[in-house]
Design a protein around this ligand. Structure first.
Ligand SMILES: [Zn+2]
Length: 184
């Protein structure tokens, strides 16, 4: 997660929302890295997770990352949760939960949908305070900057990031009787 945090900080150079991700390979080595480059590249799909998964696939020479772990500083959105499933990643480690847009347990749970034949183990809240602080500081600075237009939609996205250590956005309504506990 510290590597993912280092990636997240790289996004600040281009005024991108500081989210970072790494893919850890079967030997425990980092095989893919990415940080949010939406502003840097003008690409709406240039999220940290997608870029890290692509980087890992390039490194390993295969799209199937079924022996890898995706580590990301913020709970993935629907697109990135989908990409995680498509890459057959078996394990996701995330920092801060995103109760407003998270798709791996908060708003949606696309990685543990019973209708899919691939499911992902989710470990949440790792270095949560540090991951959330980076985002909250970023949005606070954006709000305070008098000359900047600000990105209201992006600010909305992280307004609900859980910053308090130990805080959890438990997806109560998504847990059905008989389901395993939402988070290990
Ligand atoms: Zn995403």
């Amino acid at each position: 997660m510290r590597e993912a945090l280092a990636q997240a900080r790289l996004a600040l150079a281009t005024d991108d929302v500081p989210v970072g991700a790494v893919v850890v390979g079967p030997g425990g080595e980092v095989v893919g890295r990415g940080h949010n480059e939406r502003e840097a590249t003008g690409d709406p799909t240039a999220h940290a997770e997608v870029l890290a998964l692509r980087d890992a696939a390039r490194t390993l020479g295969r799209w199937r990352l079924d022996d890898c772990t995706l580590v990301v500083t913020l709970e993935p959105c629907a697109m990135c949760a989908g990409a995680t499933v498509l890459a057959r990643v078996p394990r996701l480690v995330l920092g801060a939960w995103d109760p407003k847009a998270g798709a791996t347990g908060s708003v949606h749970d696309l990685v543990r949908d019973r209708r899919l034949n691939h499911r992902v183990e989710v470990v949440g809240g790792v270095l949560e305070a540090a991951c959330a602080a980076l985002l909250l500081d970023f949005f606070a600075a954006q709000r305070d900057a008098p000359t900047e237009q600000g990105d209201a939609s992006a600010a909305d996205g992280a307004a609900g990031v859980t910053g308090a250590p130990g805080a959890r956005a438990l997806p109560g309504p998504l847990t059905r009787a008989g389901d395993p506990p939402p988070f290990p």
